[in-house]
Design a protein around this ligand. Sequence first.
Ligand code: GDP
Length: 200
Amino acid sequence: MKQTAIISKAEFLVGVVDENKFPDFKLPEIAFIGRSNVGKSSLINNIVMRKKLAKISSTPGKTKEINFFKVENKWLLIDMPGLGYATIGKLQREKWTALNYAYMQNRKNLKFVCVLIDSRHNPMHTDIAIIEFLENIGRKYLIILTKCDKISAASILERKQQLENLVAYCKNCIEVLPYSLVSGLGRNELIGIIKNNTVM
Ligand code: GDP
């Protein structure tokens, strides 16, 4: 049987709402971004094997801060506010987007960004906009296909191929990683990628 990577220590550090107030923790950072309800909080909880480290939102779009979590005293996981949720006001949405983009553009210790896309759906314009932005600023990213237990093995392969075709001429995509917190698909691979990319 496949060994499951154990994480023994994980803690919430701080939530930031202002781009001028990002603290410097002097640790490598990995950020998670994606549309509301894509499974971002669940995935962060799944990596660290805690049920409630990152809140699982019953109200989509609820996370309003960029949240910093410290793992094993070695790296930080960064939970970024929900993107593209239609029912919040335009102004608020623009504010969140600006905060996210400022973080991704300026953060020195940010090693790569995980762009989460629901494996059941075609990527949406907000997903493609993030990928384009990351390419333009030369930031490395990993595309994670969430909730893969909800589709067949053939559909997982099809979606993976679709995303690989999308980034075929891109320079900064690490890979397209299918993930499921129900089956455990992708978790060990993700932890391996984090470990490989967080050497300071
Ligand atoms: P967020 O808004 O992106 O933080 O999304 P959440 O983490 O709150 O997840 C939204 C919903 O999707 C929750 O009901 C989760 O339980 C569910 N979910 C997340 N990941 C998976 C997965 O891998 N498989 C299944 N079946 N459900 C998932």
